[in-house]
Design a protein around this ligand. Structure first.
Ligand code: FES
Length: 101
C-alpha cells in the first residue's frame, strides 16, 4: 500500500497526481513526478533486469543514471534507466527481459 499524502517531515513537498502504470501485465499505482524505480520499489518489485553474463537479477544501485543497473523496457523501448525516467499514466513497463534482446 502506497503512502498517499506528503510526509509531515517535508511539508513543502506535494505528491503528484495518482496514475496507473502497467508492470509485467499488472497495474500498479504511481505518482506523477516520481521515477519508474521509485514506483517499482514502492510496489515491492526489486528485480529490474537480468545481467548479461549470468542472467542474475539486477536492481537500483546508483540511483542517478550512471551505472545502468536499473534497465527496464518502457512502452517497447529496451534498456531505459528506471532511476531517471519519470512515470506517465498508462506506461507499460517490462522487467527482467532477456539482455540479449
Ligand atoms: S540505478 Fe544506476 S543508472 Fe539507474
Amino acid at each position: 500500500m502506497r503512502v498517499s499524502k506528503s510526509s509531515s517531515l517535508l511539508p513543502g513537498v506535494q505528491r503528484g497526481r495518482l496514475v496507473k502504470i502497467n508492470v509485467d501485465g499488472k497495474p500498479i499505482d504511481a505518482y506523477e513526478g516520481e521515477t519508474i524505480a521509485a514506483a517499482l520499489l514502492a510496489a515491492g518489485i526489486y528485480h529490474f533486469h537480468l545481467s548479461i553474463k549470468n542472467k542474475e537479477p539486477r536492481s537500483l544501485f546508483c540511483g542517478m543514471g550512471a551505472c545502468m543497473e536499473c534497465m527496464v523496457t518502457v512502452n517497447g523501448a529496451y534498456n531505459q534507466r528506471a532511476c531517471v525516467t519519470q512515470v506517465a499514466d498508462g506506461m507499460k513497463i517490462e522487467t527482467c527481459k532477456d539482455p540479449e534482446l
